[in-house]
Design a binder for this molecule. Structure first.
Ligand SMILES: *Cc1c(COP(=O)(O)O)cnc(C)c1O
Length: 376
């Protein structure tokens, strides 16, 4: 093992990616989006006036177009990110009991939020070991199934399918790191929610949800039933404001601008299929590379469960991943660290559609060089 200090290891320029941001959220914001933000005249202007409402309108229409939402589905948005949406869903979408597929940090956090809600029954948990995903189980005991399309903490993705045809059983999908990079058919979900700092290459702080007529009806019914729902957590209030192309309270306009930039970039490049293809190309480069190295392997053993947007790569114990990440960071290739609570000797790489597949290739060259130096 080399004793060279992190700062002494200078990765040759020709092995480096053009853009070294590989975070899994917040994630790379493309240079063109940053320029749009620098040039806009909307920062510091009222979100109740037409110019900002026009942004919100284009975001709502753009999300509906990207997801090919059928008529009757609506796009709502509000402040607080995906974490707030879990609390909102506990109040406005789950009637009594929900089922949760639990296979990593984010899916378990929603389950914990629901378990703590005094007005709900103990949720059904369907767990799987990190690195895989469970399958939902049709259950007559639940009124909502809670799925996570891409478990960002472990790099596991799953297809979204309604576990039961019963229209009284809603399907709520945490698509925070999937929406904008992985396809999902609207017939298969009732609430498809996300925050924009992952595939949508924007800042955090916002939640966006595509809602089916059944989800909207559920919120109206629960909020009208006497359950106490604070205004900031009310889905019907958020929807009323969204219909006016506003948010209930003041949004970060920079986040809206960056989100719209990515939506329009994807729409003008070929839509969701194009975005997914781009991430698939990046992640195939990374998974193929890891399989060819004796000191690396994809953490997710079943190729069908491997996420196209967040690749997790285990390293041999002789190659400390934390040191590899530290050297990469010192050379401007950042946020390749594994999810802190997973506790594995691992690299986790955000390969969202904003990442250039060529940069994914360069990243593997840079890692090869660092590992070669560290194991000299
Ligand atoms: C990042 C993430 C969240 C949390 O998003 P916030 O906007 O920080 O609340 C929730 N779920 C998934 C799957 C995520 O990747």
């Amino acid at each position: 093992m080399s004793t060279a200090g992190v700062a002494e290891l200078v990765i040759p320029q020709h092995l480096l990616p053009q853009d070294g941001r590989f975070g899994s959220g917040p994630s790379k914001v493309p240079a063109a989006a940053q320029r749009a933000l620098a040039e806009t005249r909307l920062l510091g202007t009222s979100h109740r006036q037409e110019p900002v409402r026009d942004l919100v309108r284009r975001i709502r229409r753009g999300v509906a177009e990207l997801l090919a939402l059928p008529s009757g589905y609506e796009v709502a948005l509000g402040n607080g990110g995906a974490t707030l949406f879990w609390d909102l869903a506990s109040l406005c979408l789950i009637r009594e009991r929900s089922q949760h597929l639990v296979f990593g940090e984010f899916s378990s956090k929603f389950a914990s939020a629901v378990r703590a809600a005094p007005f709900l029954l103990e949720p059904e948990l369907v767990p799987a070991e990190p690195g895989s995903h469970p399958e939902p189980r049709a259950s007559s005991q639940v009124d909502a199934y809670c799925l996570t399309q891409n478990e960002t903490s472990t790099g596991v993705a799953m297809a979204i399918r309604r576990p039961s045809p019963d229209p009284e059983q809603l399907v709520l999908v945490d698509a925070t790191s999937a929406a904008g990079g992985l396809a999902a058919a609207p017939e298969q979900f009732d609430a498809y929610y996300f925050a924009p700092q992952k595939c949508f290459a924007a800042e955090g702080g916002l939640w966006v949800a595509a809602l089916s007529p059944a989800a909207i009806a559920r919120a109206q019914q629960l909020e009208g039933s006497g359950r106490w729902v604070p205004a900031s957590l009310s889905l019907t209030l958020a929807l009323e404001n969204s219909r006016l192309d506003q948010t209930y309270n003041t949004p970060a306009i920079a986040t809206l601008i960056l989100l719209l930039h990515q939506i329009e970039a994807v729409l003008s490049s070929g839509g969701l299929a194009w975005a997914e293809q781009r991430s698939r190309r990046s992640s195939e480069i990374v998974y193929d590379w890891a399989e060819q190295r004796p000191w690396a392997q994809p953490f997710v053993s079943d190729p069908a469960m491997r996420s196209p947007v967040v690749a997790t790569i285990d390293l041999d114990p002789s190659v400390p991943a934390a040191r590899v990440s530290a050297v990469l960071r010192a050379n401007g290739v950042i946020d390749t660290d594994s999810y802190r609570k997973l506790g594995r000797n691992q690299l986790r790489l955000g390969l969202f559609p904003a990442v250039d597949p060529e940069d994914a290739g360069q990243l593997t060259h840079a890692i090869d060089w660092v590992v070669g130096e560290l194991t000299k």
